[in-house]
Ligand binder design. Structure first.
Ligand code: R5P
Length: 312
C-alpha cells in the first residue's frame, strides 16, 4: 500500500494532476470553498492520519493562494499527517530577499516563517529567485531546476552560432550553467531599475554581435526586462532571440508586449504558473515529471540532486 498522498490547492490544479498522473496516483480528495466574504475553508475528505503528504500549491497572486497553502498545511497537521511537504512550483514574494533600502520588508523570509509555522516539515520548489532563500528555512528544502527540460528544448532548436545571455547580474549564475551545458559563450547585461517595474539596459558585457541569442531568466513579470534586453541586443546586431524563463507571471499587458515586439522570436516557459493567454511565440515545457520524480525520491529517501546533471 502507498503510504504517501498528494493533495492540491486551486492555484495550479493542472500541474498537480499531471504530477499525480505521472506517479500513477489519484489526487487526495480535498474540498476548498470560499465563504461569502472570501475567506477560505479547506477539508481533507479522506483519512490522512500517518500519511506522508505532499501538498502542491503555487503562490502567484492573489495572496489567497499562499493563504490556501497555509490552511492546507494546518489542516493536514491537525489531521495527524505523519509528514507534510509543501511543494511550491512558483514561490512568490521571493524577489524581496534582502533589505536593499531602509524600512522595507524581507518578504521571502516572512513567507518562509509562515510556511514553517503553519507546520510544513519540508519544502520542494523549483528555480527560486535566489538560492540563498533556502537558508530562510530551518527545515529540509529541496531546490529543483527546470534546466534539464528547458535545455532539451534548446537542443531541439538545432541552433548554431549562439550565445547565452543573462538579462541581469542576478541571472548570471544560471545563465553561466546553461552556457556551459550548451557549450556557448556568455553575455551579461547590466540592467538597472530606476523604479519598480522599470528596467534600463546600461551596458552589454560580451559579444552578442552577429550571434543568435538564448536569453535565460527565472521569471517574466511585466516583460520589461526581456523586451528591453532583446531590443538592446538587436541594436547591437544580434540575430534571432529566444527567451527561456521558468515562471511565467505575465502581469499587466506583458503578453501583449511580447506578442507585439519583433525582437523576440520565441519564449519557452514552464507550467509552474497556469498560462491562460494566447501567443504563437510561447511554448510551454512541463516540469510535472521533475516534480513527480522529486516527490517519489523524497518519499523513498533517495537522492534528488542526481536528477540534475548541469553544474552550477
Ligand atoms: C529580476 O531580478 C528577475 O530575475 C526578473 O528579471 C524580473 O523580475 C523580471 O521582471 P519584469 O518582467 O517585470 O522585467
Amino acid at each position: 500500500m502507498l503510504d504517501f498522498k498528494i493533495a492540491s490547492g486551486r492555484a495550479n490544479r493542472e500541474l498537480a494532476q499531471n504530477i499525480a498522473d505521472y506517479i500513477g496516483v489519484e489526487l487526495t480528495e480535498v474540498t476548498i470553498k470560499n465563504f461569502s466574504d472570501g475567506e477560505i475553508w479547506v477539508k481533507y475528505e479522506e483519512n490522512i492520519r500517518g500519511v506522508d503528504l505532499f501538498i502542491i500549491q503555487s503562490t502567484q497572486a492573489p495572496a489567497e493562494n499562499l493563504l490556501e497553502l497555509l490552511l492546507l498545511i494546518d489542516a493536514a497537521k491537525r489531521a495527524s499527517a505523519r509528514r507534510v511537504t509543501a511543494v511550491i512550483p512558483y514561490f512568490a514574494y521571493a524577489r524581496q530577499d534582502r533589505k536593499d533600502q531602509p524600512r522595507v520588508s524581507i518578504s521571502a523570509k516572512l513567507i518562509a516563517n509562515l510556511i514553517t509555522r503553519a507546520g510544513a516539515d519540508r519544502v520542494i520548489t523549483i528555480d527560486l529567485h535566489s538560492s540563498q532563500i533556502q537558508g530562510f528555512f530551518d527545515i529540509p528544502f529541496d531546490h529543483l531546476y527546470a534546466s534539464p527540460v528547458l535545455i532539451r528544448k534548446i537542443f531541439q532548436l538545432g541552433l548554431t552560432n549562439f550565445v547565452v545571455v543573462a538579462p541581469d547580474i542576478g541571472a548570471a549564475k544560471t545563465a553561466r550553467a546553461y552556457a556551459k551545458r550548451l557549450n556557448a559563450d556568455l553575455v551579461i547585461i547590466d540592467k538597472r531599475r530606476p523604479e519598480h517595474n522599470v528596467a534600463e539596459v546600461v551596458n552589454i558585457i560580451g559579444e552578442p554581435e552577429g550571434k543568435n541569442v538564448i536569453m535565460v531568466d527565472d521569471l517574466i513579470d511585466t516583460g520589461t526586462t526581456f523586451i528591453q534586453c532583446a531590443e538592446a541586443l538587436k541594436r547591437r546586431g544580434s540575430l534571432d532571440i529566444y527567451g527561456v524563463c521558468v515562471h511565467a507571471v505575465f502581469s499587466g499587458n506583458a503578453l501583449e508586449k511580447l506578442n507585439n515586439t519583433d525582437a523576440i522570436n520565441k519564449m519557452f516557459i514552464t507550467d509552474t504558473i497556469p498560462f491562460k493567454g494566447k501567443s504563437d511565440k510561447i511554448e510551454i515545457v512541463s516540469v510535472a515529471e521533475l516534480f513527480a520524480e522529486a516527490i517519489i525520491r523524497t518519499h523513498d529517501n533517495r537522492s534528488i540532486s542526481s536528477l540534475f546533471e548541469i553544474e552550477r
